[in-house]
Design a protein around this ligand. Structure first.
Ligand code: UT7
Length: 319
């Protein structure tokens, strides 16, 4: 029994917001700095009141349409997000309600920017166990709400959006291997350490990041988890048709690609136009490459993510 991706969908809110537009809002930055250090030129920002589950629902409907399925057929809904609509209920239950599904297992996974690969690997295990047959796995984020817009070293990096896949039980692969890891000694390098207590926000409610520490940790773990996944599947990284990495920084993606000895044309890159959409970045990039015909049926694709926690992981599948 395998879990096979039968549909993908994506949603980016509003119009692209350029680096120059951020500078024009009074952020002490420049297009030249952002492009040189990150590769980002644009990001999308959610409208006032637009939530993670609302964006998830748009991406999910597109994925269901591609799969030829209806929401009522789903028996598992997992949303990867660090920016859910509420503390509870989960974004997955909000999404379930919006889609009109009753009775499916529904819960959120919180692994920040590697949330989608975590959620996909979890859904794969549910399906392979035989307990569930049709899953919807979504990454959806509104990081614009947790950014300190006075802090130029973080606010220019992130964007909002949602990406989704439908995953179905099948005799043929399917997801072949996955690997998930975390290192809780690194909680401090990337966090949003605010709390709600007695009706008030306590502590610091904004995303804080030690950029260089995150950069180094990301470069260290991404090539190794890709290698681990390929080994588990009995292939070499050179045998991959596509790498769909987390879209945080073009320099991190390039360094991973070089370590993996992959040709540049095998890497799906959206960071230039999406910025870092955290848990949404991998499914958004996957959806784009599926819809424009680059990723074709039967090809071997490796998805990988890295983020706060510190967490990282990869999923290898035949499309
Ligand atoms: O999803 C996972 C989460 N995040 C990541 O993967 C991000 C990982 N880290 C990074 O991508 C990079 O570390 C950053 C892009 C965040 C920063 O790049 P950097 O090359 O490490 O720059 P830096 O932090 O060392 O800053 C260099 C300079 C500093 O000025 P001084 O002290 O040299 O005068 C910063 O103040 O750049 C300055 N700077 C900026 N200048 C213009 C920082 N942010 C900006 C900005 N615009 N937005």
């Amino acid at each position: 029994m395998f879990a096979r991706i039968t549909g993908t969908g994506g949603y980016l809110p509003g119009l692209p917001v350029s680096n120059d537009a951020l500078a024009a809002r009074g952020i002490d930055t420049s297009d030249a700095w952002i492009v040189e250090r990150t590769g980002i030129r644009f990001r999308h920002l959610a409208g006032e009141g637009e939530t993670a589950s609302q964006m998830a629902a748009i991406a999910a409907r597109l994925a269901l349409e591609m799969a030829g399925r209806t929401a009522t057929e789903l028996d598992l809904i997992i949303v990867a997000t660090s920016t859910p609509d509420y503390i509870f209920p989960s974004a997955a239950c909000m999404l379930q309600g919006a889609l009109g599904n009753k009775g499916a297992t529904a819960f959120d996974v919180q692994a920040v920017c590697s949330g989608f690969v975590h959620a996909l690997a979890v859904a794969d295990k549910f399906i392979r166990s035989g307990s569930h047959k049709k899953a919807l796995v979504v990454g959806a984020e509104v990081f614009s709400r947790i950014l300190d817009w006075r802090e130029r070293s973080t606010c220019v990096l992130f964007g909002d959006g949602a990406g989704a896949v439908v995953l179905e039980a099948d005799d043929a692969p399917g997801i072949i291997a996955s690997a998930l890891h975390a290192d809780g000694s690194l909680t401090g390098i990337l966090s949003e350490p605010g709390q709600i207590r007695d009706g008030k926000v306590w502590g610091d409610p904004f995303l804080r990041m030690e950029g260089q520490a995150v950069f180094k940790a990301a470069v260290r773990v991404l090539a190794s988890v890709a290698e681990e996944c390929c080994q588990a599947a009995g292939i070499r990284s050179g045998d991959l048709d596509w790498l769909v990495p987390h879209q945080a920084n073009i320099r991190i993606i390039e360094s991973t690609r070089r370590k993996m000895n992959l040709a540049p044309e095998k890497v799906v890159i959206t960071v230039e136009r999406h910025g870092n959409t955290s848990a949404a970045s991998v499914p958004l990039a996957l959806d784009e490459a599926v819809r424009d015909g680059r990723i074709r049926r039967g090809q071997r694709v490796l998805l990988e993510g890295v983020g706060g926690g510190f967490t990282w992981g990869a999923v290898l599948f035949a499309f």
